[in-house]
Design a protein around this ligand. Structure first.
Ligand code: NI
Length: 283
């Protein structure tokens, strides 16, 4: 299993340049209602670092992991991250977490893995554990990195959402980036990565079986990798990397006997019922 400090350093290295690329203006956008902006999420992660730093040290010096929590929403509310400099916030987040990775690595393995009966991880952990079970400092450290990755994914998902909502003038999304969003929260093998007007772009990587049912809009596929049989209407034919496939709204279709590296871009566009429907409906 990857050590928690290695995992943390990897998360920092991946995220720091992507965070800076968001830019100052977009980092302050609140996607909806009272949701946090990227700036506020990074502020929250700095709070998390500051609160966990003493836990990681005291957890080695004391014979318990019974720590107080902190009111995370109130902490964000009082600090006015919206008015702070994005680059400096990201810089502080990065350096503080690199320091915490060093703190984690400096903790001897036997201390990190020592079972501790008295703890408050049922209240303060991101993924709580029962108070009746012994906890370890290593669990708390891993939980910290899991929480950090959760909020980073939230920021990058938010950027994609706001990019589509506000209308970007141009962008590039790699298949690898899109695949990074799979599986979805409920195990989904597809994810929407771009939307503008009535155009929706998804990445789809079915495994074992393709369980899709006919769609209410016209749909095009571009095969990134993998091959198999494309069944559409009465037709069944082979497909492979680079192929373009199209099915009108309402037409039965699915991928069969496909290789386990199948990845396709999915393009939904046009009106409900498809273009043909719209053309014949008239007005
Ligand atoms: Ni949080």
């Amino acid at each position: 299993m990857t050590e928690c400090f290695t995992d943390l350093r990897e998360a920092i290295a991946e995220a720091a340049p992507r965070l800076l690329a968001i830019g100052a203006a977009a980092s302050a956008v609140r996607a909806r209602g009272d949701a946090w902006s990227a700036r506020e999420i990074i502020g929250h992660l700095i709070d998390s670092a500051a609160n966990n730093h003493p836990r990681f040290v005291r957890g080695q010096l004391e014979d318990h992991l019974d720590f107080a929590g902190y009111a995370q929403d109130e902490w964000v509310a009082v600090q006015q991250h919206q008015s702070l400099d994005w680059k400096e916030l990201v810089g502080l987040w990065r350096l503080y977490n690199l320091h915490l990775a060093n703190v984690m690595e400096a903790a001897p393995a036997d201390v990190r893995h020592r079972p501790v009966a008295r703890h408050s991880l049922h209240r303060i952990a991101w993924r709580p554990m029962p108070s009746s079970e012994p906890a370890t400092l290593d669990y708390l450290m891993r939980d910290y990195v899991g929480h950090l990755r959760h909020h980073l994914a939230q920021i990058f998902g938010l950027q994609e959402e706001t990019a589509s909502a506000q209308g970007v003038s141009s962008c590039r999304i790699t298949a690898a980036d899109a695949l990074g969003r799979l599986p979805g929260p409920a195990g989904e093998r597809f994810a929407k990565v771009f939307g503008r007007g009535n155009l929706d772009i998804e990445i789809y990587a079915p495994r074992v079986r393709d369980l899709q049912t006919p769609h209410t809009r016209d749909e095009a596929y571009i095969v990134v990798s993998g091959s198999g049989t494309f069944v559409h209407g009465e037709t069944s034919e082979p497909f492979g990397p680079g192929d373009y496939l199209f099915v009108a709204a309402g037409v039965e279709h699915r991928f069969e006997s496909f290789t386990d590296d199948l990845v396709v871009w999915v393009v939904f566009y046009g009106p409900e019922g498809g273009e043909r429907q719209a053309a014949t409906a008239g007005d």
